[in-house]
Design a protein around this ligand. Structure first.
Ligand SMILES: *Cc1c(COP(=O)(O)O)cnc(C)c1O
Length: 233
C-alpha cells in the first residue's frame, strides 16, 4: 500500500473510532496544496474524492492536470475578488467567503451549466486580527445574502481554531462556530455544513459537531516549500 493510502486508512480508522457510533456523515477534504498532481492521483486511487486547495494559480493548473478524475474541488484559501471568477468556474465549493462583494462576484461568474457553487461563510473564531472571516454574530446577515444569490448555495460555516495545540481552547472556539450555525438554522436558513478541524485539531472539531474536516499534513506529509507549478516534476 502507498504511504498516502496508509495515511488515509489510518486517519479514517481514527475518525470512526472518535465518532464512537455517532452516525453523522463526515466528509474528509484532503488538502493537497503545494503537492503535485501525482500525489492527488495516489489519494484518488485509494478512494479519496474531495480535495482542498488554497492558491488559485496552483489549483487551476492542478485541476487541469487532473481533469480526467471525477474529483470534488474545495477552495479553502483567502480569495481576492479579482480571482473569484476562476474559482467560480473551476471549483465545487468555496469555504472562506467573508464579504458580500466576494459572494456577488462568485455568483455572477458561476457558469449557467453547473450546479450552484457550494459556499461556506468563514467566521473568525480565534479572533486573531490577521485572520479572515466575519465576526461571530455577523454570519447570519451574510448567509442570508448568499442564500438569495442564484449562482450560490449556502451550505454552512467554516472556521479555524488558534494554532495553540490546546485542545480545550480549540473546542471552545469550534463551539462558537457550532452555535453560529444553530442560530442561522433557527432563523430559517438551510445549512448542513460545519467545516472545521485540521491535522492538529480534528478531534476537538468532531467533538463540537464538525461535518467536514480539512486535512493536509496527516494525509500527504509535510508540505513542499513552494506551490506546485505546471511543468514542475
Ligand atoms: C492548509 C490548510 C488546512 C490543512 O492543514 P493541515 O494542518 O496540513 O491539516 C486546512 N484548512 C485550511 C484553511 C488550510 O489553509
Amino acid at each position: 500500500m502507498s504511504p498516502i493510502a496508509e495515511n488515509l486508512q489510518e486517519l479514517k480508522r481514527r475518525i470512526s473510532e472518535t465518532l464512537q457510533g455517532d452516525s453523522r456523515a463526515i466528509t474528509l477534504v484532503a488538502v493537497s496544496k503545494t503537492h503535485p498532481p501525482a500525489m492527488v492521483r495516489e489519494a484518488f486511487a485509494a478512494g479519496q474524492r474531495d480535495f482542498g486547495e488554497n492558491y488559485v494559480q496552483e489549483a487551476v493548473a492542478k485541476i487541469g492536470a487532473l481533469a480526467d478524475l471525477p474529483a470534488t474541488w474545495h477552495f479553502i484559501g483567502t480569495l481576492q475578488s479579482n480571482k473569484a471568477r476562476e474559482v467560480a468556474m473551476q471549483f465545487d465549493w468555496v469555504h472562506g467567503v467573508d464579504r458580500s462583494k466576494l459572494a456577488e462576484v462568485l455568483s455572477r461568474h458561476r457558469p449557467a451549466g453547473k450546479a450552484p457553487l457550494n459556499v461556506c461563510v468563514e467566521v473568525n473564531i480565534s479572533e486573531e486580527a490577521t485572520k479572515g472571516g466575519v465576526k461571530p454574530g455577523e454570519a447570519l446577515a451574510l448567509a442570508r445574502h448568499i442564500a438569495a444569490l442564484p449562482g450560490l448555495r449556502f451550505r454552512g460555516l467554516m472556521g479555524m481554531a488558534s494554532p495553540s495545540g490546546d485542545e480545550a481552547k480549540a473546542r471552545a472556539e469550534f463551539a462558537v462556530l457550532r452555535r453560529e450555525l444553530e442560530a442561522i438554522r433557527a432563523a430559517g436558513l438551510e445549512g448542513d455544513t460545519l467545516s472545521m478541524g485540521m491535522s492538529q485539531d480534528w478531534r476537538a472539531a468532531i467533538a463540537e459537531g464538525a461535518t467536514m474536516l480539512r486535512i493536509g499534513t496527516a494525509i500527504f506529509g509535510a508540505r513542499e516549500a513552494r506551490a506546485w507549478r505546471a511543468g514542475a516534476a
